[in-house]
Design a protein. Structure first.
Length: 114
């Protein structure tokens, strides 16, 4: 990146120098571009169109990949939530059976003593 900075600065300096020190040359270049533009645009149009088509195609593929990744992540989150819920239900079931066991044991003692 630092290698490009001096080049960019020197080009800007050259443009500024040409514009300020040689206004006639700058005007001639502008007029030349205006005259050549109608001839150059039809030549450049297919290249620009191809570049845009490639960009649109890349965008669509990327958008699809991002959507698919979102679905996969959503599935993983749903599975994790289901596992957490199952673990919590199992803990509640174990706790309920531990609470119910002493009551059943006391009930059986009461029946045997009667």
């Amino acid at each position: 990146m630092s290698h490009m900075q001096p080049l960019r600065t020197s080009v800007l300096k050259q443009v500024r120098h040409t514009y300020t020190d040689h206004p006639v040359k700058t005007l001639a270049m502008g007029m030349g571009l205006a005259i050549l533009a109608p001839a150059v645009i039809p030549l450049v149009k297919p290249l620009a169109k191809a570049a845009i088509k490639t960009s649109v195609s890349f965008y669509e593929k990327t958008k699809g990949a991002i959507a698919e990744t979102g679905e996969v992540i959503g599935d993983i989150v749903a599975e994790a939530k289901a596992e957490v819920a199952a673990e919590q239900a199992k803990k509640v079931g174990v706790a309920a059976s531990l609470i119910a066991t002493p009551n059943n044991h006391q009930d059986s003692q009461v029946k045997t003593t009667n």
